[in-house]
Write a protein that binds this ligand. Structure first.
Ligand SMILES: C[C@@](CO)(OP(=O)(O)O)[C@H](O)COP(=O)(O)OP(=O)(O)OC[C@H]1O[C@@H](n2ccc(N)nc2=O)[C@H](O)[C@@H]1O
Ligand SMILES: Nc1ncnc2c1ncn2[C@@H]1O[C@H](COP(=O)(O)OP(=O)(O)O)[C@@H](O)[C@H]1O
Length: 321
């Protein structure tokens, strides 16, 4: 018998791409100081949370087989953190979680962070914790550097580890083609490779962020394309040399520019408009340089409740024929 009324809540949460990712030196705590511009894209995961006496977590969809279902899943870490924060027993949260993945796993698009953010949002509602944006944002930062952005969405400037956010004006919907690779890359592995390359070859870094912020405000994809930059790209390409071919193929197919998304190996190609993105995606998928392609647009909102049981809603009036 259930001890609480089951009230499933589904939260939809977006992937991200870093339009600008400037990586500083490693800090004493092992993290790198960043200046980054995130944009939330229309590739999404759905996370459904349900109060249950039979706790568990299931993962379906894109790359589900490689996602852990135990305590190392970031969704469970989010539950644990909220339980501790609200004086519940973290060993017995009484929840079932179902994750439907549309975000590539270990692809540099913050899929795990997205699930953590969605779980924070869903459980906040399910347990009626009424934590506000700032409080949820602080908890999100404890779960991972990208988690606060997954909550917030839109377009934002991130500093610190990437967890300190300021919204950025983006006066346009931008259209992207996303090329997914066969296997993921480890985020710490890619940061480590960047440190190694820099120790060997010196400190090549992308420029300042301001011109990119101006391009976003202007809404001109051609201007934005010239300013996309990612310090982690050389490290991702060093670990996965085939990405060079993928990046070239996207531009040959007609994209304005291509970039490795975060720590990779997913590549994101900016296109002039939605029709052009569909055309580039079709051509790129025939080029044999990646596992599969997707079309996406951004910015889109952050983690958002898309359905819940109408527990508190009045019964709708009956309509008789
Ligand atoms: C590279 C980025 C760019 O947005 O995204 P992904 O490509 O992973 O999606 C992020 O910095 C990833 O953020 P996230 O995946 O949340 O990383 P965390 O869990 O906080 O940290 C995982 C590991 O990445 C490295 N790390 C992360 C953030 C940072 N500013 N400096 C780092 O050096 C550290 O080795 C850390 O132990
Ligand atoms: N809910 C989750 N979804 C995806 N990956 C997860 C999740 N929880 C933990 N992970 C682990 O996090 C690693 C990084 O995955 P992900 O967050 O998708 O990539 P990235 O850090 O490149 O954006 C995966 O290899 C996986 O083992």
């Amino acid at each position: 018998m259930l001890s609480v009324v089951p009230t499933p809540i589904t939260v939809r949460v977006p992937a991200k791409v870093n339009l600008h990712l400037s990586v500083g030196d490693a800090r004493p705590d092992g993290y790198h100081e960043l200046v980054t511009v995130f944009q939330a894209l229309s590739l999404t995961d759905d996370v459904t949370v349900l109060a249950s006496d039979e706790p568990g977590l299931e993962v379906k969809g894109e790359g589900a087989d490689s996602v852990p279902t135990g305590p190392e899943n970031l969704a469970w870490k989010a539950v644990r953190l909220l339980a501790e924060h609200s004086g519940r027993d973290p060993e017995d949260p009484g929840l079932r979680i179902s994750i439907n993945k549309g975000i590539p796993v270990a692809g540099g698009m913050a899929g795990g962070s997205a699930d953590a953010a969605a779980t924070l949002q869903a459980v906040n509602q399910l347990w009626r914790l009424e934590l506000g944006r700032d409080e949820l944002g602080d908890l999100a930062g404890k779960l991972g550097s990208d988690v606060p952005f997954s909550l917030q969405g839109g377009t934002a400037l991130g500093t610190g580890r990437g967890e300190r956010l300021v919204p950025v004006l983006a006066r346009h919907t931008f259209h992207w083609v996303i090329a997914l690779d066969k296997e993921g890359l480890s985020t710490p592995g890619v940061y480590g490779e960047l440190d190694r390359l820099r120790a060997e070859n010196g400190n090549g870094r992308i420029g300042e962020v301001e011109p990119l912020l101006e391009a976003l405000a202007s809404g001109d994809p051609r201007q934005l394309a010239l300013l996309l930059g990612n310090d982690l790209q050389s490290a991702a390409v060093s670990l996965r040399p085939g990405l060079r071919r993928t990046l070239r193929a996207g531009v040959q197919a007609g994209a304005l520019a291509g970039i490795v998304s975060g720590s990779g190996p997913t590549c994101a190609f900016l296109c002039t408009d939605a029709d052009e993105a569909v055309r580039v995606a079709a051509e790129l998928s025939g080029a044999g340089v990646c596992r599969t392609v997707r079309v996406a647009h951004g910015p889109v909102p952050g983690a958002k409740v898309v359905s819940e049981e109408p527990a508190d809603r009045p019964t709708p009036p009956q309509v008789h024929a």
